[in-house]
Design a protein around this ligand. Structure first.
Ligand code: DCB
Length: 523
């Protein structure tokens, strides 16, 4: 009894393993937070309970003993309260099983301090992988490239950390850093456990098979929705678009048609109508050729700004799209583009809503290495001089389908994403595979334009094919804008001919394409 008191009081606040599976809500687990679901699920499954004062303490760094004890539970074994230390049985078990070495969590039967200190991320990942996903394969070059501070990782942890990256369990912070020596919060630990358990279920022989060669999508992401007021500045974490707080976010919404032709559907009411169906992004397609910006700069600039402002007023993220099409090589008008984006980026430098899409769809005789990459490098410099943080979207040859070229030779800079455009009646699995290869190479992808039609805007409507596409994007947390918000007599148009832009819309105003697409904003 004395022994019990010695370790039981003061040191251990958290009775993690009371044999209860009740889904208690903790007062300090914020409803709707990125970790709420993970904590609740693990609690429900009896893998953990809160602290004995009824809190969960999500932001406290987890100790080695706590981490090992939860790991033991996750392997399906019963947790037995130890003597000398509440987690001693679990610690002995873990060490014997080779989850960690003696010097990593030293204890000799009386000195337990080290086990009660915050565990490092590298050691936590090692224990997790050894216990739950031993033998997970990885490609050294591919995975190590994802980690910006790889040089600070000790060789001892290469295998567990790289395999955890390969399995989508460990991911870097906003700078791509893993921070091997840092601690991790109890909330972060929950997410790691959840990903590992979900991954375990999908292992060969235990359910859905994962082909070993194709990079698997990470676990279905818990993604944020909502607009800029709630989510703030966007940032990249590896390939994933995240909000200011660092939580994955998915943007879904509409692209305008050409401002010059269908500008009536870019007024405040039309954008509000689109947002009312759940969209959180709007794309402003400003054609450069075809009588667009290059022919009437002042008029088109003002129209584009007015549209961006209307989207901001509706709290949407908004993409300013330099819509090259008949002018297939962006280099042809690089100076006009630089001037346009320098001014726009200065105008919106303090506005987290705005993303810059610098070349809609390069096509024709245009090369990634000779034309688009140098163009993008110049535009990134021009925009960054004004807007240090705004996300920049970069196209590729063949109407922004050649992301494999960008993946092999990406542009220098931060917060850059690469656009992939598809039309469900024309493009299928081959193009979807490109997303996965690009991802494996660490290339962030944004589908800034897609349609339910064929690539010329007509044909179909191809809703089944569209659904397959959207599922593919959804599983990967990839954002999209649909072409297009207009009432033109073509399949890809979301509005029936004659729809009024200045009143509210119901489903009856939407075409077959529009009804499907508007129903997908909130998935
Ligand atoms: C893209 C363009 C976009 C175009 C749509 C549908 O082009 F970015 O501007 O929109 O896809 O084709 C169409 C409108 C029509 C309009 C026409 C010309 O829907 O109302 O008359 O632009 O302004 C693509 C995308 C992919 C491919 C080809 C094109 N592809 N393309 O894979 O072959 O030729 O425009």
């Amino acid at each position: 009894m004395k022994k019990f008191l010695r370790w039981g009081i003061g040191v251990i606040f958290c009775l993690l393993f009371l044999p209860t599976a009740q889904a208690a809500l903790f007062p300090d687990v914020l409803p709707g937070s990125w970790y709420e679901e993970a904590v609740e699920e693990m609690t429900r499954e009896g893998l953990l309970t809160g602290c004995d004062d009824g809190t969960f303490q999500p932001m406290r760094e987890i100790s080695g003993a706590e981490f090992v004890a939860i790991t033991l539970r996750c392997t399906g074994q019963e947790f037995v309260l130890g003597e000398g230390h509440w987690a001693s049985e679990a610690l002995y078990y873990g060490r014997n099983a080779g989850w960690f070495d003696w010097d990593e969590l030293p204890f000799d039967g009386s000195q337990w301090e080290a086990c009660d200190r915050p565990i490092s991320r590298q050691l936590a990942v090692k224990i997790l992988m050894k216990a739950l996903l031993p033998g997970t394969e990885y490609d050294f070059n591919r995975e190590s490239q994802k980690i910006s501070d790889f040089s600070s990782l000790s060789g001892r942890y290469y295998e567990p950390v790289l395999s955890a990256y390969a399995a989508g369990i460990a991911r870097g912070d906003e700078t791509g850093a893993f921070c091997p020596e840092r601690g991790l919060t109890r909330a972060e630990a929950c997410i790691l456990f959840q990903r590992a358990l979900a991954r375990q279920e999908r292992r060969p022989g235990t359910g859905e098979e994962i082909p070993s060669q194709t990079p698997s999508p990470e676990e279905p992401l818990q993604t944020q929705q909502g607009g800029a007021a709630e989510n703030g500045w966007l940032q990249m974490k590896g390939v994933q678009l995240c909000n200011e707080a660092g939580d994955p976010i998915v943007l879904r919404g509409m692209s305008s048609h050409g401002l010059r032709w269908y500008g009536q559907f870019t007024n405040r009411q039309s954008i509000q109508n689109t947002a009312a169906f759940g969209a959180n992004v709007f794309r402003v397609a400003m054609y450069t050729g075809e009588g667009g910006y290059l022919s009437q700069q002042q008029v088109m600039r003002e129209k584009a700004y007015a549209t961006v402002d209307a989207a901001i007023q509706n709290d949407l993220y908004v993409i300013l799209d330099w819509h090259i099409l008949s002018d297939g090589n962006p280099m042809t008008h690089v100076e006009e583009a630089e001037a346009f984006f320098a001014e726009a980026a200065a105008r919106y430098a303090d506005t987290p809503n705005v993303l810059y899409e610098i070349c809609n769809e390069p096509n024709g005789n245009v090369s990634w290495a000779e034309d688009i990459k140098p163009y993008a490098q110049r535009l990134v410099s021009a925009i960054r001089a004004q807007s240090p943080k705004g996300v920049i979207l970069i196209g590729s040859p063949t109407w922004s389908q050649d992301i494999h070229l960008a993946a092999a030779d990406p542009v220098d800079g931060e917060n850059l994403m690469y656009t992939l455009h598809f039309y469900a009646g024309t493009h299928g699995q081959d193009l979807r595979n490109r997303i996965d290869s690009a991802w494996a190479a660490g290339l962030p992808v944004f589908v800034s334009e897609w349609g339910t039609s064929r690539a010329d805007g007509s044909g179909g409507v191809f809703l089944e094919e569209s659904r397959v596409w959207l599922d593919h994007l959804e599983e990967r947390g990839i954002s999209w804008c649909n072409w297009s918000l207009c009432d033109k007599h073509e399949t890809s148009a979301a509005l029936k001919p004659g729809t009024a832009p200045d009143r509210e819309w119901t489903e009856k105003d939407l075409t077959a394409s529009g009804q499907f697409v508007f129903s997908q904003f909130k998935r």
